[in-house]
Each structure stands twice: as C-alpha cells, then as structure tokens.
Ligand binder design. Structure first.
Ligand code: HEC
Length: 102
C-alpha cells in the first residue's frame, strides 16, 4: 500500500509542476448581435457553419453581403427564400455593415 502511494505521488508530481504557474485563459470576444432578422440568419445560415464565418469578414458593404448570400445559394445550394435573403442582407448590413451601399 505504501509503495502504491509513493509511486502515485511520484507519478503525479511532474504534472503538478506543470500547472504551478497561473494559467490565464484568453477571452475571445465573439459577439453575435441580436435584433431584427437574426432569426432568419439562425435558420438559414447557421445550419452549415458557425457565425464566425460571418463576423470574421469584418464590416462590409451591402453589396458584399448581398454577394455572400448569393454565393451561399448558388454555389453551396443553401435553401434560402428571396424574402429571407433580403431580411438577412438587411440584418448583416445593419449590424456588420460599413455604412456603404457598394
Ligand atoms: C448549404 C450550406 C451553407 C449555408 C446554408 C450557408 N453557408 Fe456560408 N458557407 C458555406 C460553405 C461551404 C462555405 C465555405 C467554407 C470554406 O471555404 O471553408 C461558406 C462560407 C461562408 C463565408 C466565408 C466567406 C466565403 O466567401 O467563403 C461567409 C461570410 C458565409 N458563408 C456567409 C453565409 C451567410 C450570411 C449565410 C446565410 C445567408 C450562409 N453563409 C449560409 C456553406 C453554407
């Protein structure tokens, strides 16, 4: 029994040494802005990928967002109605837009 305790302690010591320093977990802001149209984004965009794909683009023009939505529909066959596409375009431009139409 004594042997077991000693060997357990020996085995555990190096691991404890590794966590002696204070570990700080970085905080990564991942803001999802709620608001009018978010439901449509959730239903139509997040089925394939996370919101990260969208916000990693940074602030962009209306044309940019319109183009991305079109790309998802044309190239990736996203089943998005014209009405939802418009709602999403408005949502993205309002929350992740740079204020420019083009
Ligand atoms: C049918 C699946 C699907 C749906 C639905 C979908 N996407 Fe995507 N999306 C993709 C794929 C696949 C990629 C490319 C992934 C890669 O290149 O690694 C992508 C990439 C992106 C990118 C990264 C930039 C780029 O041009 O590749 C953005 C922005 C984006 N999607 C926005 C949207 C938005 C906004 C919606 C909702 C209107 C949406 N996606 C819905 C499949 C989808």
């Amino acid at each position: 029994m004594k042997k077991l305790i000693i060997s357990t302690l020996l085995a555990a010591t190096p691991m404890m040494a590794q966590v002696k320093e204070k570990i700080e977990v970085p905080y990564i802001a991942f803001p999802i802005k709620m608001g009018k149209g978010f439901d449509a984004v959730q239903a139509n965009c997040l089925m394939c990928h996370s919101f990260g794909y969208i916000i990693n683009q940074g602030r962009q023009s209306r044309t940019f967002w319109k183009g991305k939505i079109k790309k998802m529909i044309v190239h990736f066959k996203a089943p998005i109605s014209d009405q939802d596409a418009k709602t999403i375009e408005n949502y993205l431009f309002e929350h992740y837009g740079n204020g420019k139409e083009k």
